[in-house]
Design a protein around this ligand. Structure first.
Ligand code: SF4
Ligand code: MSK
Length: 676
């Protein structure tokens, strides 16, 4: 009997995902079906076959020493009276959950900041002319950043003030930036870019980062077995390390990338798997660091490469991005976005991906297994990110021979074009999108060249046409329907006149949905936001770049404060942040630096704090007293929108501009009545 049951179990086919239930996107649905027909498993199927651990998801499993793992499940019906749960060492649920949370902040901050460090190293090489591949592209931004860093851009010669040599300035900017990772004393230089009251709050709370690396190491030390056993003190260090990310490593990455590769200005491209072309060599670039993707873009555009592709029977070379690499090359070059995080396997399943080039972060190891089923060359490029599977090629990228590396990769893809199988299936779904907004271009579009500030944006917030600002960012998560929460939330916000600033995979999701076009305003926006977007000619959802570019949102919000009329600190603004489909530790680091910067920040899915209600309450309520921002959880995107809008309305009330919104709407009605 037991044998029969075993045999039955063995014969039972693994549960597969329902393509429609797994994603709202038709291209994704088609590719899931195709993968299933070909017998290739994807993340969508694996999410059906493996459910998350019920204790881990609540953040109450500790494996920080070999006496554990210690698991502290919540008693059925919750905790009545004293919470007596403890690990072998006595660690409470609060300590365990806070330690786990802190380690996520550390990992996320490390990932962003190490990305920033790589850029800074390449920047210094370029400034010192040690490489031909990279050059200073945006001198204006170089001068602006030098000013922020307190570096002289002029020099006095014989009593005459002259412009300083830009190469010299660049070397100083690069070296000063690089020092931020390990300077022995002082505090991060970018903290003073924040509004003064916020800087004062950080000073009072004792959370100003000393240097970037130290704050991350500090978390790893204090969360070691038997060190910090006060959840509030652990959260304090989470704040400090997260600021080292948002106002440190990430902000430096964004600035230095802009100087090296160009500050983004609005340009148009397309998004979704339908950007791949059957008669072209398709190269998908996936990961995060533009140091790699910039070289691939430059190489793929060279005429000799195009000729080479034609000599192999292709009509050209089609590049496409996945994850934040997609955002980087979209915002600077208008290279199409092939898909979000959850579509990475699907790009190969088209059968038309001649090479997928990956660097760091958000790269599935299963790509190698999928690539084995097709002709696709999978190329890893980063010394810290290799794969064990033997079909993966490793071509290590180095700034000193970056162009040669890129050429090798592009040629490999072209040579592989003829090896495609007959079964190519590219889903015919794509949408137009405009990206490339940043602190500078928002100032240009909404501030006007005359004033050169965020005055017009503020004015429209004050008069109520724009109700508030939302930063909607972050990943996809296979535990929720692909893109559904992203799109539902964003549409609900713009319908209620909330302008959306987007980065990361939310940005790609919005691009795929056609929300990054000025025309979207007429279809989806409330009357006030529609009017502003149509007058200025911008989309209601502004794409600000990749995950490290969340620093642009911090600086844009700071500019709004500076422009006046909306309070003195970021927490005064009618604004909120959200990551409805988050999955990455980086998202936790981002969430924490937004909260520590005064932003009401909501996450979808869940947060790994639910098993420790006291610690959870600290993040969701008490922390607001310190910084003006707090965490919240809202798995339902409509509920998330409701909470964000309620917060925005509350802030409008506190600013005394709630009446302005009512008045403006009434006067419009009155006008309509008169016209009728
Ligand atoms: Fe258990 Fe304490 Fe060791 Fe964690 S540190 S595994 S709670 S004994
Ligand atoms: S890529 S971190 S899945 S946004 Fe930055 Fe997307 Fe999240 Fe990766």
């Amino acid at each position: 009997m037991a044998e029969a049951i075993k045999a039955k179990k063995a014969a039972k086919a693994p549960k597969l995902a329902d393509p429609i239930g797994a994603s709202i996107d038709p291209a994704t649905q088609e590719m899931i079906k195709r993968a299933q027909a070909l017998g290739i498993d994807t993340v969508f199927d694996r999410a059906e076959q493996m459910k998350p651990c019920n204790i881990g998801i609540q953040g109450i499993c500790c494996k920080n020493c070999a006496m554990g793992p210690c698991r502290l499940p919540l008693p059925k019906g919750g905790i009545e009276g004293e919470d007596t749960r403890k690990g072998l060492c006595g660690a409470t649920a609060n300590t365990i959950s806070a330690r786990n949370f802190a380690r996520m902040v550390a990992a996320g901050a490390a990932a962003h900041s190490d990305h920033g460090r790589t850029v800074a190293e390449v920047f210094v090489s370029a400034a010192r002319k040690e490489t031909d591949a990279y050059k200073i592209k945006d001198v204006n931004k170089l001068l602006a950043v030098a000013k922020v860093m307190g570096i002289d851009t002029t020099v006095e010669v014989d009593g005459e003030v002259m412009d300083r040599d830009t190469d010299e300035i660049a070397v100083e900017v690069g070296e000063k930036a690089l020092a931020e990772w390990g300077k022995p004393e002082g505090e991060l230089m970018y903290l003073k870019r924040a509004p003064e009251p916020l800087y004062e709050k950080w000073t009072k709370a004792g959370v100003k980062p000393r240097n970037i690396d130290r704050e991350i190491v500090d978390i790893m030390h204090r969360t070691h077995m038997g060190v910090d056993q006060d959840y509030k003190n652990i959260v304090k260090q989470c704040s400090r390390a997260s600021l080292a990310d948002g106002w440190g490593g990430s902000m430096l990455a964004t600035d230095l990338q802009d100087i090296l590769f160009g500050t983004p200005y609005p340009l148009q491209a397309e998004a979704n798997l339908g950007v791949m072309k059957v008669d072209h060599v398709n190269i998908i670039v996936h990961g995060h660091e533009p140091v790699l993707s910039e070289m691939i873009v430059a190489t793929a555009q060279k005429s000799e490469m195009l000729d080479y592709a034609k000599s192999k029977g292709a009509k050209g070379i089609q590049l496409g991005g996945i994850c934040c690499t997609a955002n980087e090359i979209f915002q600077r070059h208008g290279v199409p976005q092939a898909g979000t995080y959850l579509q990475q396997e699907l790009a190969i399943i088209t059968g038309a991906c001649d090479a997928m080039v990956v660097d760091v972060q958000c790269v599935f190891q299963n790509l190698a297994n999928v690539a084995k089923c097709f002709h696709t060359k999978l190329v890893t490029t980063h010394p810290m990110a290799k794969m064990e599977q033997d079909n993966v090629v490793h071509i290590e990228f180095d700034e000193h021979h970056a162009l040669e590396d890129a050429e090798k990769i592009v040629k490999m893809a072209i040579d592989n074009f003829g090896n495609r199988g007959s079964e190519v299936m590219i889903p015919q779904h794509k949408a137009s999108a405009i990206g490339g907004f940043g602190v500078e271009s928002i100032e240009y579009h909404l501030g006007g060249t005359f004033r050169g500030t965020y005055y017009t944006l503020n004015d429209n917030i004050i008069n109520g046409r724009i109700r508030g600002i939302a930063g909607v960012v972050g990943c996809n998560n296979a535990r929720s329907r692909h893109n559904e929460a992203h799109i539902t939330l964003v549409k609900e916000l713009i319908k209620n006149d909330v302008i959306v600033l987007t980065t990361g995979c939310n940005g790609i999701a919005c691009a795929m949905e056609g929300l990054l076009t000025p025309e979207a305003a007429g279809v989806y926006c409330g009357p006030g936001l529609k009017e502003v977007c149509e007058t200025v000619g911008i989309p209601p959802v502004l794409h600000l770049g990749s995950c490290v570019d969340n620093s642009r949102i911090l600086l844009a919000a700071t500019e709004v404060v500076k422009a006046g009329g909306l309070g003195k600190d970021l927490c005064d603004l009618p604004a909120a942040g959200a990551a409805p489909e988050w999955m990455s530790e980086k998202a936790i680091a981002i969430g924490q630096y937004f909260v520590t910067s005064g932003v009401y920040t909501l996450f979808g899915i869940t947060l790994p704090i639910s098993g420790a209600p006291v610690f959870g309450d600290y993040l969701r309520k008490d922390i607001e007293k310190l910084y003006g921002g707090k965490w919240d959880i809202a798995p339902d995107p409509l509920e998330m929108a409701r909470l964000m809008i309620a917060h925005i309305d509350q802030k409008r009330k506190e600013l005394g501009i709630d009446k302005a919104r009512e008045r403006q709407l009434m006067s419009m009605e009155d006008r309509q009545k008169l016209e009728a």
